[in-house]
Design a binder for this molecule. Sequence first.
Ligand code: SF4
Ligand code: SF4
Length: 353
Amino acid sequence: MYNYGDKLTSQIVKQMAKEYGADLCGIASMDRYEGAPKQNDPRYIFPAAKSMIVLGYRVHRGTFRGIEEGTHFIDYASMGYAAINQVEGPMTLWKMASDIEDMGWEAVPIMNINGGEAVNPVTGKFRENWSVPVEEGKPYPDVLIHYRFAAYLAGLGEIGWSGVFLTPEFGPRVRFNLILTDAELEPDPIMPQGTLCNRCKQCVRHCNGALSDTETVKVVLGGHTVEYAKLDPLKCEYGLKYGCDDTACPFEVEYPHVYGYGRAVEGGRGCMRACMVSLEQRGVLKNKFHNKFRTKPEWKVHLDEEHPYPEYIKKEYIEQGRTEDAQAYIEYNENENYGTKGRENKVVAQQTD
Ligand code: SF4
Ligand code: SF4
């Protein structure tokens, strides 16, 4: 831990954020949540909070490379997604929260994860018979903070047509977590919509159905009306697990879970990769590269066509008798590896004892 003196200021918070591993840090005053839906209002988590510190972590462009080439799909879901939310982000939160509390201010570190939300974070629907408020007037647990709205209120960027948060540094390649504190900090100005997103709609063109070209959603954030494309969340979920259409996923079975997350098999084909390519082409991002990300047309597969095994597979595996059916790995996961099937059997056995 560092010695930052006695007085906690926005400048010191930003210095801490950098030293402890965040790429971006913005600050919102809690009054920017005035008018927010009760189930999404962080002031119910910490009523004495005066400030929200929002931390951003870059997703490396390289984590998309394997998907762009169509040869390695796990890197984005792990290094570009789960590990940021579950490993890198919490490390920064821990250290910053300790320093802030050493200075006498309470710090509520909120990592990027979903738990017991009364409103389903994917569908946005209220879960009936899920939980009850602990007192009259309080929201149902868990209150769900929308990280992209928090990032907007902390001045870190804008919400693109895709609904994904765009920052001047990395475009859509960022994940967020946050700290609520009772320290009063200087807030950052909110970025006007249209600073980065020019509504090129490359996100929609490469998405295949989850993002609307014409229908929008409007939300009021900190007194500003923000409009972006309507998303079909279940089509997007399908895209994450299997590739947004059959031409975007080479796997004939469901891709294995990564850290308990969606697998992001199509690597945000529209809202992340196509958007990033568009923003880079326009030269509006601060994180510049020596070489272009996309150098050739995107690949497409056709699972319904015949895919005869090439010679090297025949020679090295089939002719040597070194093959197994896809089902064997699924059964291995259910039994020896994760043991989910074994557990089911155990529960049934206990119930019948
Ligand atoms: S692809 Fe274009 S329209 Fe879509 S979010 Fe990015 S900049 Fe905006
Ligand atoms: S993750 Fe895929 S399916 Fe979902 S909005 Fe982005 S491009 Fe569309």
